[in-house]
Design a protein around this ligand. Structure first.
Ligand SMILES: [Zn+2]
Length: 231
């Protein structure tokens, strides 16, 4: 931890370092000033297509436990690369631009005032140990900060280690995650409106199971938000 006296000096050297040794956008190699907080350049951010129709999955029509699930961006080339870098190459600073996209979408298209808390979809402890971070938790933290809401991250547990959903068909996916989540006894979701956050939404099976556990624990409403919708 830097003392307050040293922090400006450190900032100064940080700026100087970036001037002398400009760094590159992780997607297109454009020069970039502060790779720590902005891992991709403005041009690449602009290429990401924000979900234009605020397409959503209504829980009721599909018998899902969540009330509604939104996705902020279209699952296209740049977003795919961003998610890959974020999840599989440990570029956790991706949470900044990606979280911002989600936040902008949420404020514009979802209405966020009634949300009581933000819950990231948890990883199984084994997966968390492998990856060392939960990408949904980092996105949720970004959203919470911008929306001035609290993140509740230790009250929902993933108790079932599941095969990657991407390799499964729809009915297999539903079966694969059935009973995967459990809400801890000391959690307080009674009558609460929860924003459930995940990185990629595919069939909605994972969000459904997680929302089911939250509703079982008394949540009044569960609205889900994913960064992108995959296939
Ligand atoms: Zn770029």
């Amino acid at each position: 931890m830097l003392t307050p006296v040293l922090a400006p000096i450190n900032d100064f050297f940080g700026v100087l370092f970036n001037l002398l040794y400009p760094q590159n956008c992780l997607i297109c190699s454009n020069k970039i000033n502060d790779l720590k907080t902005h891992p991709i350049c403005g041009d690449c951010i602009d290429k990401i297509k924000i979900n234009p129709e605020t397409s959503r999955i209504e829980g009721e029509t599909e018998n899902f436990a969540f009330d509604c699930a939104f996705y902020a961006t279209m699952y296209e080339e740049v977003v795919k690369k961003c998610i890959c870098l974020f999840k599989y190459e440990g570029k956790t600073q991706m949470a900044n631009p990606l979280g911002k996209l989600m936040c902008d979408f949420a404020v514009k298209s979802m209405g966020t005032d009634k949300i009581d808390m933000i819950v990231p979809v948890p990883l199984h402890p084994v997966k968390l140990r492998e990856r060392q971070f939960n990408q949904s938790e980092l996105l949720a933290a970004h959203l919470a900060k911008k929306m001035s809401k609290s993140v509740v991250k230790d009250k929902v547990k993933r108790i079932k280690y599941t095969a990657p959903q991407t390799e499964l068909k729809r009915d297999q996916r539903l079966k694969n995650v059935r009973g995967a989540f459990l809400v801890k006894k000391n959690a307080d979701f009674k009558e609460k409106t929860v924003l459930l956050v995940d990185d990629v939404l595919t069939t909605g099976a994972t969000l459904h199971e997680c929302a089911k556990a939250l509703k079982y624990a008394g949540a009044k409403k569960v609205v889900a938000l994913a960064l992108a919708r995959g296939s």
